[in-house]
Design a binder for this molecule. Structure first.
Ligand code: TGC
Ligand code: FAD
Length: 389
């Protein structure tokens, strides 16, 4: 479909700067040339795109808001959002790779790391030379991370780390993992675990029907001796990992608009070309209802993200506001992926079209970074003051 058909129904582009539009265009061009021609095969074969992290590094998609002195680009939050949107138009796996590296690995090192940690890790993470993963979720504790069991003990000249993390994006590929564990007082702290440390393994999770172009696995810590300089000194408590989630959830809110746009544009074009009963199917009211609702929901999601980005640029976005955007926009995108597939009839189940892939990916996206229901409860708490967890 022609790129000019990408919806901007409320003229939101007028609210972007020239720099925003240039950044969006450069990521869009890269997605068109690198992701779109290869993604169906990668997803069908359950393989990741070759050299994905280095390619993302080359286009400046890793840690775009990290200061330039540490290898980032010092960009604003709307630029970050636009990058995520374009990446997820290609595939949620590509946005996931950039989300984890940027918001879950570079963000905590930049916010809570020592000067030595920032200089050691951030430039290599920004270029994609080093791959990071983020370990919060455990086999027995997903929505309730404060009950985590992974712990470390102070052994004098090092920490001794034991436990396991599950469902970890890029764990089988990672060079380092920012992981969250309890100290001897039961307080959550962050540690940087490096591949090669004795007792550290990263088994892959096989047979996913979702995010098939992304690697997922475990992080297993068996009596690992972690050097003391690998503790993140700047934060104690669950607010450490949850602040990272604020950044990643914000990026997802933008990202999923990209997946929805890809499905919408495909459905519009198909509905104009496919003829039944002697007419284009786009001339039938029932198909028009679907398309009209898609455009309405995409437009609402775009406005939500743009204002959330403004709030974030001013450091005024509350976790509950971010939660609302994550929940609303992921639901919007998964609904559009499922409904738009129907517009394509039987063709909609084929790999030549993106709907099934996006719909399957979005089943993970609606679950990770806080499930849809957890985000509902966060809004419920914000409204009423009553904790319903
Ligand atoms: P609660 O008692 O409410 O809070 C504990 C402490 O944390 C503070 N806090 C936050 N701080 C910053 N940002 C937030 N969003 C925060 N939410 C809470 C809070 O102020 C408190 O601080 P303090 O100083 O008083 O101690 O915590 P709770 O145990 O009741 O849990 C709350 C709940 C359920 C909302 C939270 O734990 C939650 O969000 N659960 C969902 C877990 C989740 O999202 N996991 C994501 C794992 S990472 C992932 O999925 C990556 S996928 C990436 C990809 O591939 O793209
Ligand atoms: P559970 O917490 O067991 O929830 C099961 C169901 O119960 C859900 O529907 C949930 O909404 C509901 N529920 C739970 N508590 C309540 C309640 N109080 N009230 C009402 N309903 C409730 N984690 C990481 O740390 N790092 C990663 O990189 C990462 N990548 C991931 C990649 C993929 C592909 C996937 C699928 C997950 C990833 N995750 C990652 C884990 C993800 O964050 C968790 O799956 C998610 O937080 C939910 O946890 P859970 O799967 O244990 O579900």
């Amino acid at each position: 479909y022609p790129l000019t058909s990408i919806p901007d129904y409320y003229g939101i582009d007028a609210l972007l700067t020239e720099e925003h539009k240039l950044i969006r265009q450069s990521v869009r061009d890269w997605v068109e040339s690198f992701v779109m021609p290869n993604i169906d095969e990668a997803a069908q074969n359950h393989t990741d795109l070759p050299n994905l992290m280095k390619e993302l590094g080359k286009i400046g998609a890793l840690g775009p808001y990290i200061p330039e002195e540490y290898g980032g680009s010092g960009l604003d939050q709307i630029s970050y959002g636009l990058i995520m949107q374009e990446l997820e138009r290609g595939d949620s796996a590509v946005r996931s790779a950039a989300s984890v590296q940027s918001s879950l690995v570079m963000f905590p090192i930049n916010e809570f790391g020592s000067e030595e940690q920032k200089r050691k890790y951030l430039p290599k993470l920004a270029s994609g030379e080093m791959i990071g993963s983020f370990g919060l979720t455990e086999p027995n504790h997903g929505s309730d991370p404060s009950s985590m069991e992974t712990y470390f003990k102070d052994m004098g000249d090092h920490y001794l780390l034991n436990g396991a993390k599950m469902w970890i994006t890029n764990s089988p590929l990672c060079d380092i993992a920012v992981i969250w564990a309890k100290n001897e007082e039961g307080k959550v702290q962050g540690l940087i675990v490096e591949r090669g440390m004795e007792g550290f393994t990263t088994p892959e999770t096989h047979n996913k029907w979702s995010l098939r172009a992304s690697k997922t696995g475990e992080l297993v810590f068996n009596d690992i001796k972690v050097p003391k300089e690998n503790l993140l000194p700047g934060v104690t408590g669950l607010k450490g990992p949850l602040s990272c989630l604020n950044s990643a959830r914000y990026g997802i809110s933008w990202g999923v608009i990209g997946a929805a746009i890809d499905c919408y544009c495909t459905a519009v074009q198909y509905s104009k070309e496919r003829r039944q009963f002697g007419k284009p199917i786009g001339s039938f009211q029932l198909q028009q209802k679907k398309l009209a609702e898609f455009l309405t929901e995409i437009t609402k999601a775009q406005l939500l993200c743009l204002q959330l980005g403004n709030l974030k640029n001013d450091h005024k976005a509350s976790p509950a506001q971010i939660s609302m955007a994550k929940r609303n926009n992921v639901k919007m995108a998964i609904d559009i992926a499922r409904e738009s597939r129907q517009i394509l009839g039987g063709m909609g189940i084929m790999g030549e079209f993106p709907m099934m892939r996006h719909a399957a990916n979005l089943e993970s996206v609606i679950t990770y970074e806080g499930t849809h229901d957890v985000h509902l409860l966060i809004t419920g708490l914000d409204i009423t003051g009553f904790n319903a967890f």
